[in-house]
Design a protein around this ligand. Structure first.
Ligand SMILES: [Co+2]
Length: 469
């Protein structure tokens, strides 16, 4: 879920200059994925993407015979294996077989309904991508004190890894299932039902982290359908799927862009490369402004040709990544995606959503369209509410969502009805914040990629990394 720059939040006079006509591509029946190479457009790319960070397939489809062996943390297991190896090959084979049988995993269904806690019977969830710190922090890798600190925090990491595994399984199902012709409501409900089932949604213990964004085309962020929205996904749409999963308030915030027309391939490639650049640059004592500068340089090295017009991919300069605190999606630090940001540093133990947005428009968003996203203000002042309806609505929000963002559809599920005026009262009283859709110029196209990382004492972990992105 994107963070809007505070200093740019005031409404600015926007000249609504259409930059490109809506794509006129023939509605094709082929659901070509963005992975297919686009030969028809000369997608120039000045800079070579290293892509190194994206390549590790640490989240393979779970083989039923493969116990979820963890590296490093699961010391007992490692030791056992060593003993076996010492004991000789034959013995090792028999013992291993037995062991695997005991730990045989339950397979996931299609659509996904099996909680990941049933798939990982030992309740140890897979690590994300592990990245070593660079030079000045390399000492951390082997430092005993830092290693001990990390072991003490294992349960917290294991919780958020469970959320990450849910995110991977749900999004991979969504990617192979979402097709043009589906309504936006069908799409978000598919993702939300999958999330609730796989994370065993249960009050504040575990559940959805924030509303499922499915922003289209020039809308970059914070659109999810409200009840009655008839919007249907089109072949030529550029759809940002941004959804959250939490366990114990530890939120995974991760997003990707879904397209069917290969004409957008280089827009997506540029944004993916930019996000991976931000992830690569992130580290303890790294200045946030330096991350923004690196992201901008990579993003702007891409060009995309749409309808005969070439666009340099622009970062949307008033959208940011952000730190994440427990039950608090926007934790207080912003990760810019252009140069010139502030010099605050990242610190040990912090969680960050590294997200970048690229656009063929102005590279600047403003609020537009009907609002769907809301969240109680984290440290809201106590305001006496005169209207009983606003009071009961606030009780519902406190009971169901606490400080986690929610949308109108989630309020509908709680049985709340005719709450629009009461909701507006809460916004005006400063108790609830609204997050309206954020759009660039009409006719432009925007893309997004996002991962959640944690700066552990000895290494950086890209929690939501999968073999898809
Ligand atoms: Co976010």
């Amino acid at each position: 879920m994107a963070e809007l720059s505070a200093e740019l939040k005031e409404k600015v006079a926007i000249s609504e200059q259409p930059t490109v006509e809506q794509q006129q591509s023939p509605a094709g029946e082929n659901g070509a994925t963005p992975a297919s190479t686009s030969s028809k457009n000369k997608n120039k790319k000045k800079k070579k993407s290293s892509g190194a960070a994206a390549d590790k397939p640490e989240t393979e489809e779970k083989d039923a015979e493969n116990a979820p062996v963890k590296e490093g943390e699961d010391d007992d297991e490692e030791d056992d294996d060593d003993d076996e190896n010492a004991a000789g090959a034959t013995k090792t084979a028999t013992k291993k077989k037995k062991k695997n049988k005991k730990k045989k995993k339950t397979a996931q269904t299609e659509p996904p309904t099996v909680p990941v806690s049933k798939i990982f019977g030992n309740k140890i969830y897979p690590e994300g991508e592990i990245c070593q710190y660079n030079e000045e922090n390399l000492w951390r890798t082997t430092n005993e004190e830092k290693r001990a600190l990390e072991r003490q925090t294992f349960d917290q990491y294991n919780d958020v890894r469970r959320a990450a595994e849910v995110h991977r399984q749900v999004r991979q199902y969504a990617k192979r299932t979402i097709k043009p012709g589906m309504s936006m409501i069908e799409i978000v409900e598919m993702i939300e039902n999958g999330t609730r089932n796989l994370v065993e949604a249960n009050g504040f213990e575990s559940g959805i982290g924030f509303p499922t964004g499915c922003s289209l085309n020039h809308c970059a962020a914070h659109y999810t359908p409200n009840a009655g929205d008839k919007t249907v996904l089109q072949y030529e749409d550029v759809c940002k799927i941004d959804f959250g999963v939490h366990v114990g308030g530890r939120i995974i915030d991760s997003a990707f862009t879904l397209t069917f027309d290969p004409v957008y391939d280089n827009l997506l490639a540029g944004v993916k490369d930019a996000t991976n650049t931000g992830i690569r640059e992130a580290g303890i004592d790294v200045r946030l402004c330096d991350i923004g500068a690196a992201i901008q340089e990579v993003m702007e090295s891409y060009e995309v040709e749409i309808e005969g017009k070439t666009y340099q991919v622009k970062p949307i300069r008033n959208l940011n990544g952000h730190s994440i605190d427990p039950y608090k999606i926007h934790g207080g630090k912003s990760v810019p995606i252009v140069k010139g940001g502030d010099q605050t540093k990242m610190e040990e133990g912090e969680y960050f959503a590294i997200e970048t947005f690229g656009s063929t428009g102005r590279g600047f968003v403003h609020e537009d369209m009907e609002c769907s996203h809301y969240a109680r203000v984290y440290d809201a002042p106590h305001v006496p509410l005169r209207l009983p309806r606003a009071k009961t609505l606030l009780n519902t929000i406190n009971r169901e969502f606490g400080t986690l963002p929610f949308c109108r559809r989630y309020l509908d599920r709680t049985g709340e009805q005719k709450y629009i005026i009461a909701l507006r009262n809460l916004v005006e009283a400063g108790i609830v914040d609204e997050y309206p859709p954020l759009v660039d110029t009409r006719g432009s196209f925007t893309a997004q990629y996002e991962h959640t990382i944690v700066l552990k004492p000895t290494c950086k972990e890209v929690l939501s990394r999968g073999d898809d992105y």
